[in-house]
Design a protein around this ligand. Structure first.
Ligand SMILES: Nc1ncnc2c1ncn2[C@@H]1O[C@H](COP(=O)(O)OP(=O)(O)OP(=O)(O)O)[C@@H](O)[C@H]1O
Ligand SMILES: O=P(O)(O)OC[C@H]1O[C@H](OP(=O)(O)OP(=O)(O)O)[C@H](O)[C@@H]1O
Ligand SMILES: O=C(O)c1cccnc1
Length: 489
């Protein structure tokens, strides 16, 4: 009997929705596959009612685009697909065309770890429409989830006010890739380490761990369990104290700590995993301090999230290390980021760009036309506002932004503000031109970016709204296109 293994699918061209292939077929069949197009990937609403979002997922997007090729196995599978008349969905000549298919376009993207806001392009893809279309689903999959988890982690780490947060999510994550991608994103968002050993091996994230209740329960009594653990792992001694009676557990941990000290080691600390974490941590701290273990850290876990951590901090909890699993890696209170991928311009090669909008009843949902870039203004080291503009038509030195939801709200960026464009070149003509940063650099970037954000924007509850607007020319273009598409004279 063979076990059904699950190979890694990250790089498959079939990591897509069928409709991308049906449209690709349509473009090919109608001779429009090589029409040039610009697509943007963006989200309309920050997750968790957060005042900011942390971009992540670009590394997977790069790998997927670089390896975009249909091999014999994928093509034979596609040949098996049939339409409602039982005949092949894709004709053989199209599959032959796919055999030589490669990504040849330009990509500009916001580096991972960048603070981003609703409606800003996170990624822009320009090239033959068939290529942009085929890339949509995979790009959304990578960027939506990873951005979501990096943001959740950043919020949790903000709540912990610089105290280390350990990501403990593997056992409760949404599958294998959900766990791995979450560990990487959580690290970008600021977590100090993960319990996920595979993520440690694959991404080089520091791994950390204590012990479970099963260890204590496997002994006749708790004191014996701690002593055995101390002897077995004298250099990693965090004792889980809540299996029977938490404060008694702390006293037994102290006894094991004394043994460790007598034998040339130092107890790292204790872990609390149930009960009133504020009360128990304060009492445990007293016991540890009085026994001469002021440096022993108190680790807490048990369904923590940013709100519980903030509340525990407010209650004066004496917790120095936070273990967070389920609510982090599943983004429990908002399990998906609604990032979308919209067509914004097309042209026949060599012709003029035709800008596009997708209409909606809700004006906030009307997409932005153009070849978009986002420009961030910084003053005195602090981010003060972002402008979305059309690179094809940007008048020089424009510093005014218009709120797309309310034309009367306008803001002029000061002349001495420093301006930086968020999208950077990643692919040119299908060639990678981006020196991808290390995971450590990405994590440091997220930290540095958060430090430049006004404190009110980082507030958990009703955060201050960071100003993001359209350059006036783009606002006008959008308005004209909306009128045109609504057939208003
Ligand atoms: N002082 C506190 N303030 C706010 N929330 C807390 C406090 N102490 C613990 N919590 C949180 O309250 C929830 C308590 O969970 P739960 O009702 O499962 O209790 P428990 O102590 O884990 O019980 P059990 O013994 O069944 O594991 C957890 O999410 C925990 O993080
Ligand atoms: O609560 P989370 O944020 O998801 O963090 C991970 C949880 O996983 C473990 O519990 P579990 O009951 O699975 O095992 P245990 O016997 O080691 O406590 C651990 O004790 C945490 O409570
Ligand atoms: O090391 C730990 O304490 C740990 C690891 C995974 C899940 N919960 C706790």
């Amino acid at each position: 009997m063979t076990l059904a293994t699950r190979p890694c699918f990250h790089e498959s061209p079939l990591l897509t929705d069928l409709y991308q292939l049906t449209m690709a077929y349509g473009y090919w069949k109608t001779g429009t596959a090589h029409k040039e197009a610009v697509f943007h990937l963006f989200f309309r609403k920050a997750p968790f009612k957060s005042g900011y979002t942390i971009a992540a997922g670009l590394a997977d997007a790069i790998t997927w685009l670089r390896n975009l090729r249909f091999g014999p196995q994928e093509l034979s599978y596609l040949a098996t697909l049939v339409g409602n008349d039982g005949k092949p969905l894709f004709e053989a000549a199209f599959l032959k065309y796919l055999r030589a298919f490669r990504f040849t376009g330009d990509v500009d993207a916001v580096p991972e770890g960048t603070v981003v806001f609703p409606n800003e392009p996170l990624l822009r893809i320009k090239g033959p429409i068939i290529e942009g279309q085929l890339a949509e689903t995979a790009l959304l999959n990578f960027i939506n989830f990873q951005t979501l988890i990096a943001t959740k982690a950043a919020r949790i780490c903000e709540a912990a006010q610089g105290e280390p947060v350990l990501e403990f999510g593997l056992r409760r994550a949404q599958g294998v890739d959900g766990a791995l991608a979450a560990s990487r994103s959580a690290y970008i968002g600021g977590c100090a380490a993960t319990s996920n050993v595979l993520a440690g091996q694959v991404f080089g994230i520091p791994v950390k761990g204590t012990h479970a209740h099963s260890w204590v329960m496997s002994f006749d009594d708790e004191a014996e369990a701690f002593q055995a653990y101390a002897e077995a792992m004298p250099n990693n001694s965090v004792f889980l104290v809540d299996t029977y009676d938490t404060l008694e557990g702390v006293r037994r941990a102290v006894a094991a700590g004394r043994w460790l000290r007598d034998n040339g080691h130092e107890m790292v600390g204790i872990r609390l995993d149930s009960g009133d974490l504020a009360y128990l941590s304060i009492e445990a701290r007293k016991i540890l301090d009085e026994a001469g273990f002021p440096d022993a850290v108190i680790v807490a876990s048990n369904d923590l999230d940013e709100h519980i951590i903030a509340s525990l901090k407010q209650q004066g909890a004496k917790i120095g290390l936070w273990g967070v699993g389920t609510k982090l890696v599943t983004a429990y209170d908002q399990p998906a980021l609604g990032g979308v991928y919209k067509l914004a311009a097309t042209r026949v090669p060599g012709g003029e760009w035709e800008f596009k909008v997708k209409l909606s009843e809700q004006s906030i949902k009307i997409s932005n036309p153009g070849i978009l870039q986002a420009r961030r203004f910084t003053k005195g080291g602090e981010f003060i506002g972002d402008m979305i503009f059309n690179e094809e038509a940007m008048p020089l030195n424009t510093r005014m932004i218009v709120d797309p939801a309310d034309v009367t709200r306008r803001k002029v960026m000061p002349a001495d503000a420093v301006a930086d464009d968020l999208l950077v070149p990643v692919f040119r003509g299908g060639e990678l031109v981006y020196a991808a940063p290390t995971l450590e650099d990405i994590r440091a970037r997220a930290r540095e970016q958060l430090d430049r954000l006004y404190g009110g924007t980082k507030r958990l509850l009703n955060p201050h709204e960071y100003p993001v607007g359209l350059e006036p020319g783009l606002f006008d273009l959008k308005t004209q296109l909306v009128f045109k598409n609504r057939k208003v004279a």
